[in-house]
Design a protein around this ligand. Structure first.
Ligand SMILES: [Fe+2]
Ligand SMILES: [Fe+2]
Length: 285
């Protein structure tokens, strides 16, 4: 199935809603690419988790926007949202029960179809009611993927400079989709340790996200190298691992990383973790 591109014709008239739609489209595209990935559970599992989180949060945001604009078809639209939420929940459950289940083409085609139909048709119906409506705009701004209010009023995702060190290109794209969804614009990706070292020595980053296994190399070696580096020893590090191992967290933290997350990751969990790292860094300054 062809990947989908967001276009201005799909604009619902509220920038935050458009940003959510771009993220949802990015996740559905990632879903297709993740089938058959050599680390499929880590990648596809993360996409399905993120899709569930994003649909539930986005629908809540959209319903606030429609309510603020007194959109007359709010109830029917909300019922369609409840059906879609259930479909994504079922898909994710089927994947957890049987990892072959969602590889069926019909299943992905179905998701693709409803998302595009919903964004391009059902959502377009409320556009004339919300466009230029001050209450609808502030309703959209009152909620975010990380909670009812922005995690930290001072946290500016758009100013964040991030380096992702992961040899898995599909997973790196999933990370990019999630991060761009909250407005992060400066995301560098390194697929091996020597590229990562050159990147951090050549530019200031706010956070480095490192996978445990970077090809045949160990992300732990990069953590140790950073902690020994006279200029980079305080750089916040989030380490990821797709290989469940007892004691992984303790090992990673003992090596010098600040945070640890297991793949498949949760989009909300990732963003809250990054927010924690940034807040801690600000407090230590
Ligand atoms: Fe929508
Ligand atoms: Fe909708």
């Amino acid at each position: 199935m062809a990947t989908i591109s967001w276009s201005a014709l799909m604009s619902a008239g509220i920038p935050e809603i458009d940003a959510d739609h771009k993220t949802l489209i990015g996740l559905v595209n990632a879903l297709h690419r993740s089938i058959g990935d050599e680390e499929e559970y880590a990648t596809l599992g993360s996409v399905l988790k993120a899709l569930q989180e994003y649909t539930e949060y986005h629908f809540a945001r959209e319903e606030r926007v429609m309510g603020a604009a007194r959109y007359p078809s709010l109830i029917a639209h909300s019922l369609a949202h409840r059906r879609h939420e259930q479909q994504v929940r079922d898909l994710r459950q089927r994947y957890e029960d049987d990892r072959q289940a969602v590889r069926a083409k019909e299943c992905l085609d179905f998701l693709h179809k409803w998302l595009i139909e919903h964004i391009c048709s059902t959502d377009m119906d409320y556009r004339p009611w919300v466009i230029g409506h001050a209450g609808a705009v502030s309703a959209a701004e009152s909620i975010s993927i990380t909670g009812p209010r922005p995690v930290a009023a001072t946290l500016d995702w758009r100013a964040l400079r991030l380096l992702v060190v992961d040899d898995n290109r599909n997973f790196s794209e999933v990370m990019r989709t999630i991060l761009e969804g909250v407005g992060v614009r400066d995301i560098a990706v390194a697929h091996d340790l020597s590229t990562a070292k050159l990147a951090v020595e050549g530019k200031d980053f706010d956070i480095v996200i490192i996978d445990w296994h970077v090809g045949a190399e160990s992300g732990l070696d990069l953590v140790a190298w950073l902690r020994r580096h006279p200029l980079l020893k305080d750089l916040p590090i989030l380490m990821l691992s797709g290989h469940e191992r007892i004691g992984s967290r303790e090992m990673v933290l003992a090596a010098g990383a600040d945070e640890f997350m297991e793949k498949p990751i949760s989009a909300r969990g990732l963003l809250l973790c990054l927010a924690r790292l940034l807040t801690r860094r600000e407090q230590s300054r």
